[in-house]
Write a protein that binds this ligand. Structure first.
Ligand code: ARG
Length: 496
């Protein structure tokens, strides 16, 4: 290193390499060092695996490898905040290594580029984040299913267009969201498996003249395989698009749970635990569902990240372009927001209290049993379209009738008017009264996937089995990552 290439840091006394460019006014703008804190540990791991592979391939002397690996441990202990200046975490860690080892430390960057390095770090860290989201997701599903099992018979109104539609149960509502979260799980697991591939060794984008072993670094870092084409490996960020997309879908699911929760609180169907509510600074009587509103907003944030990411990537030419640096942060913001959304949603729902009597009386409002009544007429020989018309004709007065007996009379009148026959000619009064009762009305809807308590109980048991399978899928992936990380530590210990 010549004197022009370096200067001494006044505070630390360390030799700091002067960057060839980027030390001018755009220095801050160019740097990703602060944002790179997220991949600090990942970068140390990637450096370790690379150095070990270089030593195994006899590209690097074993002693030099040992010195670099010791320096890396030292740098890891000192932490990201103590890194020397640098354009990014990769440059800063390399400088820190050279500061400790001397010029020989510069051999660490043999046969690689920051381009394959950063791509590897992102994947390495993203794995961890996706595993954490998956863990939260599975816990949320567990909460929804056990709550659902407790409420298979708790009648509540069901809505379409936010209008009373048909009575259902609280368990049915909860299970519907668990089923959606199960698909969100599948999508994230799927994305994970494509994230979990190693680009390391692609170098800048065009491979290297050194006899490296890409399979070995992949193995040391716990990746399932290697992304073959070097230009693709170092450049692509489709794993970010896919991952943001999958957590955005999760965010959307949570936002709908949240919106329902907000509406249910408004109607007094549900009371949130104080931990999940806020009050007003001026209106002392207020208890607001703020956490659920923030979940709703978090989904917007994740979608914003998706848009930002895709817009950044759109039309980028091959191969590496610096735009990619600003693509990464969308991923971290998205995964953080999605994680919060799912945790808070699960917490709010599991601690909320359902007002069962209010739900029960609201369940029959707006003649919500009408479809069941029409079904009954159709099951007794009246063509469904005519049955629909009879019930529609009766709907308005029935809605106002306060006795089910009066409702039967009104249905009879409507039958005569539309069909030329009183409906009680065709259907037993007892059956009609049952169809008009929300609880019996729900119990009759026992088609596959319907809300009848028995059918719902079967569906919940199935969903629990699927949840167990997903727990295994997650555990396998976690174990593989942990095992690789232990192995890497053991390999490092052979050198230091
Ligand atoms: N910090 C950069 C990023 O996040 C990686 C460095 C690659 N820089 C370069 N000029 N090729 O993408």
């Amino acid at each position: 290193m010549t004197e022009e290439d370096s200067f001494t840091n006044d505070e630390t006394g360390d030799v700091v390499r002067r960057e060839r460019f980027s030390s001018g006014p755009a220095r801050e703008f160019l740097s990703s060092l602060d944002a790179d804190e997220r991949i600090f540990t990942a970068d140390i791991a990637v450096d370790r695996a690379h150095v070990i592979m270089l030593a195994e391939q006899e590209i690097l002397e074993v002693d030099t490898a040992g010195e670099i690996l010791s320096a890396l441990t030292d740098i890891e202990t000192a932490g990201h905040q103590n890194l020397p200046a640098g354009e990014d975490v990769h440059a800063a860690i390399e400088t820190a290594v050279i500061n400790r080892v001397g010029d020989e430390g510069g051999r660490m960057h043999t046969a690689r580029s920051r381009n394959d390095e950063v791509a590897t770090c992102i994947r390495y860290r993203l794995r961890e984040d996706l595993l954490a989201v998956l863990q939260s997701l599975l816990d949320a599903r567990e909460v929804l299913l056990s709550e659902a099992a407790e409420h298979v018979e708790t009648i509540m109104p069901g809505y379409t267009h936010l209008q009373p539609a048909q009575p259902v149960t609280v368990g049915f509502w909860l299970a519907s969201y668990e089923n959606a979260l199960a698909r969100d799980t599948e999508r994230i697991l799927d994305a994970y498996d494509r994230v979990n591939q190693s680009p390391l060794g692609a170098a800048a984008f065009a491979g290297t003249t050194f006899d490296i072993d890409r399979g070995r670094t992949a193995e040391l870092l716990g990746f399932e395989g290697v992304i073959e084409n070097a230009m693709d490996a170092s450049t692509t960020r489709d794993m970010l698009v896919e991952s943001v997309n999958s957590v955005a879908t999760l965010g959307l699911t949570c936002s709908s749970v949240a919106e329902d929760g907000i509406i249910f609180s408004n109607r007094g169907f549900i009371e949130l635990n104080d931990d999940y509510a806020s009050t007003s600074s001026i209106m002392p009587q207020k208890k607001n569902p703020d956490t659920l509103e923030l979940v709703r907003a978090a989904a917007g944030e994740v979608i914003g990240c998706y848009t930002g990411l895709a817009t950044t990537l759109k039309g980028l030419p091959r191969a590496y372009n610096r735009d990619l640096q600003r693509a990464t942060t969308y991923m971290w913001d998205a995964v953080d927001a999605a994680q919060d959304a799912v945790d808070v949603t699960a917490g709010a729902i599991s601690t909320a209290t359902w007002n069962t009597s209010k739900l029960q009386s609201a369940a029959g409002e707006g003649f919500s049993t009408a479809t069941g009544v029409a079904d009954l007429l159709a099951q007794n020989g009246i063509p469904f379209r005519i049955a629909h018309e009879i019930v529609a004709t009766a709907a308005e007065p029935v809605e106002e009738a306060d006795e089910t007996e009066t409702a039967v009379e009104l249905l009879d009148e409507a039958g005569e008017e539309v069909f030329g026959e009183a409906v009680t000619n065709r259907v037993e009064i007892q059956q009609l009264l049952k169809a008009l009762d929300p609880t019996a009305n729900v119990a009759a809807r026992d088609s596959r996937g319907g809300p009848a308590p028995e059918e719902l109980t079967r569906a919940i048991a199935d969903a629990k089995n699927r949840l167990d399978e997903d727990r295994n899928a997650l555990d396998n992936r976690k174990t593989a990552v942990k095992k690789a990380s232990k192995q890497l530590t053991a390999e490092v210990d052979n050198y230091v």
